[in-house]
Design a protein around this ligand. Sequence first.
Ligand code: S3P
Length: 179
Amino acid sequence: MIDTRKLANIALIGFMGTGKSSVGRLVADTLHFTFLDTDDVIEARAGKPITEIFAQQGEPAFRQLECGLVGELTRRDRTVIATGGGLPVNPANLASLKTHALVVCLWASPEKIFERVRHQAHRPLLNNPDPMAKIRALLATREPFYHQADVLVNTEMRSIKEVAHQVIHQFRLAQSVHR
Ligand code: S3P
């Protein structure tokens, strides 16, 4: 139902490590759009990293902050929004994004995700004795939500630049249908 929607923005959804922030920055630079990362906004407002928000206030509090921020995004224009990996699990968040943005899901296999995130420590959900099992389990539960994106882009065999080009191509296509 893209043709009845306003496509002022691009929202990137997808699992941790699929490249939403890197791709989003490049897409925004290329299109001369503003770049916004929901995790960065939440951290800046809270004055602490997400790991601390999770540890001190719990995941439900983080999800509330995320949901509140999604509500504010309806006022944005010409913005590339990189979202936290769990954000589209709340159907209200996905529905809200779809009112103003083309929603693009970046996809990768659990093995590829593990390879990309294994040396990073800033994701509380992966601070787990068996991160690979955690990735598989989380990805399996989230897959139905990710698949509700307007467009699915496989990042597996592609560079950040190639994925960014795909996203821009899909955005232009959707805009031409929409006009
Ligand atoms: C999360 C993903 C993270 C961040 C938080 C929770 C998730 O964002 O929002 O740690 O639930 O998948 P990235 O997908 O940008 O790593």
